[in-house]
Design a protein around this ligand. Structure first.
Ligand code: HEC
Length: 150
């Protein structure tokens, strides 16, 4: 009985730790993703070769760089979307947690509405150049998981 109580307490602690680290509303993110992003980025985020980049296993690498963290919200599809700052932060946190678990740095701090409000605009006008700069920086850090061309 005692052992069981200990196990139950441990399980409760683990559950609340999970809840605390989940800083996004999954149901809302999924809905916002479907209506605002998925049409181009495809349902599972794998993108369209030659046209639309994958958002899978790459955003985690981008957010490891200070400029990359802003890049992710300043690409036109994100910056100019109809989503408000809190909604965009929520979708980005959901993408990082569900499609980028492996590339996301352990030190990753979730986006907040305030951060998105401060940095989403102006949207990038030369995305290709900004992206190439980041990809090179990642390569210099020994990360070649983000393709130069998609
Ligand atoms: C109309 C199509 C379209 C929509 C809608 C769209 N995107 Fe994109 N997205 C693109 C294209 C194309 C690129 C490549 C950069 C560019 O040309 O803007 C891109 C690039 C990105 C990137 C950078 C990825 C990389 O590897 O360079 C992120 C992050 C991103 N989009 C997030 C989003 C999010 C989040 C949404 C929804 C709020 C969204 N996009 C909606 C077409 C779209």
């Amino acid at each position: 009985m005692k052992a069981r109580a200990v196990v139950a307490a441990a399980m409760l602690a683990a559950l609340s730790a999970t809840a605390a680290s989940q800083t996004y509303d999954a149901a809302r993110a999924r809905k916002d993703w479907v209506l605002n992003c998925m049409g181009c980025h495809t349902a599972d985020g794998s993108g369209i070769p030659g046209k639309v980049p994958a958002l899978r296993n790459s955003l985690g690498h981008f957010v490891s760089l200070a400029e990359g963290r802003q890049f992710v919200m300043r690409v036109p599809g994100a910056a100019n979307s109809a989503l408000n700052d809190a909604e965009l932060a929520n979708v980005l946190n959901w993408l990082l947690a569900t499609m980028n678990e492996e590339s996301r740095p352990a030190s990753f701090k979730p986006y907040t509405a305030d951060e998105v409000a401060a940095h989403r605009r102006p949207a990038l006008t030369d995305v290709a150049r900004a992206r190439m700069k980041l990809v090179k920086e990642l390569q210099e850090n020994g990360v070649d998981a983000v393709p130069e061309h998609y």
